[in-house]
Design a protein around this ligand. Structure first.
Ligand code: COA
Length: 260
């Protein structure tokens, strides 16, 4: 990373602690705080991007650029943690919007206005097709419970039943955990299914240890070929969800486009 760019994990260790103790197989997590008022920092982050990344982001509105830059810094930091001997890679975007990683790695980014997180996985030396996804959400407060809920859009009837007994704040927080997990799952299966996946096409069971059982309900794909592991962690302010998907048989994956 450029000497002028900041330390990606500055400011807050707690989220890092909870996420990095998570079961990341040959992977790394990194987090970057975004100070909305620090325009000097934004300038430095922008100029620390690779030229091609700046070109990619040049049409974005300013706030989006700041998030883009912070996400790139976080992902580079995660990659450097896995292999400090590699130079900082240029991280452009795929045609579907996912970050493009150097060969032998998978990686994912999520950002909110004040924080970006990234996760990277080392696939070198394996033949497995694996992809990783991450999502970051704010934990809800009591005041948030007055706002319209996303539960109907995000949860399957089975998942809604699982939340029935909870009070408003717990219900809202669990709904956000489902949401974060599903976004992370989406990012991790997108390279394989390459289509929009509706929230009700993924069903979860949440376990007390922060792990989730993931069932893919995509009707047209042979999803038995995709195994998904997902977990979430929380600190005082944030929910972070990470999913890792492995494709066992690409030839057996019938996509909607390919179906007769
Ligand atoms: C693509 C999507 C997941 C991004 O989530 P978001 O909450 O808007 O934003 P986040 O900050 O969490 O993530 C943004 C990052 O996602 C990554 N991303 C975008 N499209 C992606 C894709 N198709 N696959 C993997 N990662 C993707 C990018 O790195 C992006 O940041 P960048 O543009 O700065 O590089 C979301 O907009 C979306 O389309 N969701 C609908 C599908 C879904 O989640 N279904 C859930 C059921 S499985």
């Amino acid at each position: 990373m450029d000497a002028n760019s900041r330390t990606p994990t500055d400011g807050d260790r707690s989220l890092i602690a909870v996420a990095s103790e998570a079961a990341l197989v040959r992977g790394a997590f990194a987090s970057v705080l975004i100070n909305l008022d620090d325009h000097t920092q934004h300038e430095r982050d922008w100029h620390a991007l690779h030229e091609d990344e700046r070109t990619l982001a040049s049409a974005m509105i300013p706030e989006r650029r700041v998030a883009f830059a912070a996400g790139r810094h976080a992902l580079r930091a995660a990659l450097a943690h896995i292999d400090p001997t590699q130079g900082p890679p240029t991280l452009l975007s795929s045609s579907r919007g996912a970050p493009r990683l150097p060969p032998g790695f998978s990686g994912s980014i999520s950002h909110k206005r004040t924080r970006a997180v990234a996760v990277a996985a080392d696939l070198r030396g394996t033949t497995e097709e694996r992809a990783i996804g991450i999502d970051l959400e704010h934990r809800p407060t009591e005041a948030d419970t007055a706002r319209p809920s996303i539960a109907k859009r995000v949860l399957t009837p089975y998942e809604r039943d699982a939340l029935l007994a909870h009070d408003a704040l717990v219900h809202r927080e669990k709904t956000l955990i489902y949401f974060a997990l599903k976004e992370a799952v989406y990012k991790s299966i997108d390279p394989f299914v390459q289509r929009y996946v509706h929230f009700t096409e993924v069903e979860l069971d949440l376990h007390d240890n922060g792990e989730a059982t993931v069932r893919l309900l995509l009707p047209d794909e042979n999803v038995a070929n995709i195994a998904v592991h997902a977990h979430w962690r929380m600190d005082d302010a944030w929910i972070v969800a990470i999913a890792s998907s492995t494709l066992s048989d690409r030839d057996g994956l019938v996509t909607r486009d390919a179906a007769p």
